[in-house]
Design a protein around this ligand. Sequence first.
Ligand code: C5P
Length: 221
Amino acid sequence: TRGGALEGLHVVVTSGPTHEPIDPVRYIANRSSGRQGHAIAAAAARAGARVTLISGPVALSDPPGCETIHIESARDMLAAVEAALPADIFVAAAAVADWRAEPAVDKIKKGVRGAPSLSLVENPDILASVSRGPNRPRLVVGFAAETRDLIRNAQEKLDRKGCDLIVANDVSEGTGVFGGATNQAHLVSRGGVEDWPRLRKEDLAERLVARLAQLIGGEAP
Ligand code: C5P
């Protein structure tokens, strides 16, 4: 599209879960489907941006018009994001695993020494590291998936991670957000909180991209 709202801009999006290996055949993961992140990448491409989508393992096809890079672990995701910078906008929609195991070289066999215990170490925070890094995009957007104290957690995240905007959504059991088709979000910035209606993930993506275009055009978040 010529003359799209994000024409001439580079947008980097992370999406999906990460997989953290325990041994050559097992991993730690989470319930992220990648639907929201992929929808945002597709919407940004439709708005004329050059889009780099960095995706964990998902059951979705690569969205049209994006350069999609497939990774598995959080550390690989961070490396791919850093390699994709500089960018004008960074949207961290991935559900990055907070911890990883020190993976065993060989498959852990059962019945040898009872159940193995996993010692976990913290993964890098991709959003915080991009937000505070030397190549910080002009607009940095994070997500907050919480089961309680949604807005307070989102505001705290805004400060802790140094981003400009947090898309907060309730992922309590029964909301159907994880893997579902719709999402109900609150847009949290230092300027305040905006409650959005329940929307299809594609429509939320369109609306978010329209807002990002406004913000990067000079309006304060
Ligand atoms: O505090 P929490 O980790 O839940 O924050 C979620 C936000 O941070 C999301 O935007 C997610 O993509 C990002 N994140 C990240 N790297 C991590 C953990 C979270 O980029 N290791």
